[in-house]
Design a binder for this molecule. Structure first.
Ligand code: UDX
Length: 427
């Protein structure tokens, strides 16, 4: 049997919680740290503060193997390893905001001051290359009076969890990337990740940081590329889905992440691509591909409005149905959802909106209280002059679209067959 580790999780967002509960399931002892008392209380009563498939069951099952607290000092002093899982949001200019990572580092430094054990600090938050060694390390060293890689360990270990599949992804990763410098930290992390049967890549710390950005930027590029080819296909009356079926059969390319439509949203892709753009500009580079990826992604949702206006030239006073508000199906998350620019544009055109989403209405309402929210997708269809499909929820495959004008941003086959007037955004 493996050695049970005492692990602190600093930052109880979706990455922190899934990682912590995952390691609890593998037999480790977890303490979650968060400034948000509501989250701490929920975790302590085995209630997930976020919705993530399979998480609640896993929390109930492992109750007793984890606890949560707002007390940094006590939690860090009683553990051997800390994962930094705080958010790294965008600043106004797109660059990465490290304020949470920096204050976490300060707290860790303070807690390590009187701690004579070799404590391992692992950065899991997505941070631009160089951050762990140039920003986090000096803060911990200054506050603790100790030396990294000698008195305490420091490593960078990015996560590749998809929202909605995060629990599955935790236990079934394609790879594990560990950026380390000192041997002791390396062996602690190798031991921790021993139960996982997948390629494990040991790299320099800044290389691990870059792997995360390059992965997300590549996936975002795949989507914008599919959308660009889709826009050309539409003019040529070619089915872009067939095209990428053919393209994806090349083993060097792979078929996934080629679903053309209105582009990517979520808490990672837009933020990470922007942060990488800013970082490379800071270094005197002009990252043309990355900029184009974002440009295509910003233009793509507005194509829905263009198509709609071909059939209803004046949207003033017209009732437009919006199906789907979450940035993707099976989540209540609306961060950077393509529904945001679409609803904004519709409101600017003077349209009335009736919207529905199985999970994300409450989150969306905070941004757009003036929108009418329906109780069901059927309601949206009956009460609107035209329907826009923005998120491909499974239940939208079951609806009756006959007699409607439908502008589809996500390729719902049923709508394609039944709608009176059907327009796919790039097919
Ligand atoms: C992503 C990465 O997949 C994950 O590895 C990383 O750690 C965090 O970011 P997530 O944000 O949960 O995960 O969403 P994902 O399922 O990857 O989808 C992102 C966006 O791309 C969604 O808005 C989705 O609709 C869009 N998308 C995805 C497409 O438009 N076409 C595709 O083919 C795939």
């Amino acid at each position: 049997r493996h050695h049970t580790m005492k692990i602190a999780i600093l930052g109880s967002g979706y990455v922190g919680i899934v990682t912590g509960i995952g390691f609890a399931e593998l037999g480790h002892e977890i303490v979650f740290i968060d400034v948000d008392e509501r989250k701490v209380e929920m975790l302590n009563s085995s209630k997930p503060p976020i919705y993530e498939r399979g998480l609640e069951e896993l929390m109930k099952k492992n109750r007793g193997k984890y606890r949560a607290t707002t007390d940094y000092r006590e939690a860090l002093e009683s553990s051997e390893l800390t994962f930094i899982c705080v958010g790294t949001p965008s600043k106004g200019d797109g660059s990465i905001d490290l304020k949470y990572a920096e204050s976490a580092s300060k707290e860790i430094g303070k807690a390590l001051k009187n701690n004579d054990n070799f404590h391992v600090v692992v950065v899991k938050s997505t941070v631009v290359p160089g951050t762990t060694e140039d920003k986090i390390k000096p803060i911990i060293e200054k506050e603790s009076g100790k030396k990294a890689f000698e008195d305490f360990g420091l490593a960078m270990n990015p996560e590749f969890l998809r929202e909605g599949n995060a629990v599955y992804d935790f236990f079934n990763p394609d790879r594990i990337v560990i950026g380390v410098k000192d041997e002791r930290t390396k062996s602690v992390l190798e031991e921790l990740y021993k139960p996982f049967d997948c390629p494990k890549l040991i790299t320099e710390i800044k290389t691990a940081e870059m792997i995360k950005y390059a992965s997300n930027a590549f996936l975002a590029t795949k989507i914008s590329f599919a959308n660009e080819i889709g826009n050309i296909c539409k003019k040529l009356r070619i089915d872009v889905y067939k095209v990428f079926e053919g393209v994806g059969l090349d083993h060097r390319i792979n078929p996934s992440f080629f679903r053309a439509g209105i582009g990517f949203g979520g808490s990672c892709f837009p933020k990470d691509v922007r942060a990488l753009i800013r970082k490379s500009e800071e270094l005197g580079e002009n990252p043309k591909i990355l900029k184009a990826v974002m440009e295509v992604n910003e233009r793509q949702p507005l194509k829905m409005i263009e198509l709609l206006k071909k059939h209803i030239p004046n949207l003033r006073g017209k009732k437009i149905g919006v199906l789907g508000l979450a940035f993707k199906p099976d989540t209540d998350d609306v961060r950077e959802s393509r529904a945001i620019p679409i609803v904004k544009a519709l409101l600017e055109e003077g349209a009335e909106i009736i919207a529905y989403d199985p999970k994300a209405i409450e989150n969306f309402r905070k941004f757009f209280p003036q929108v009418e929210y329906a109780n069901s997708a059927e309601d949206v269809i009956t009460k609107s002059d035209a329907v826009l499909i923005v998120t491909e929820w499974k239940e939208f495959e079951e609806l009756d679209y006959s007699g409607k004008i439908v502008i589809d941003g996500r390729r719902v086959e049923k709508a394609m067959k039944e709608a009176k007037i059907y327009k796919g955004v790039c097919w």
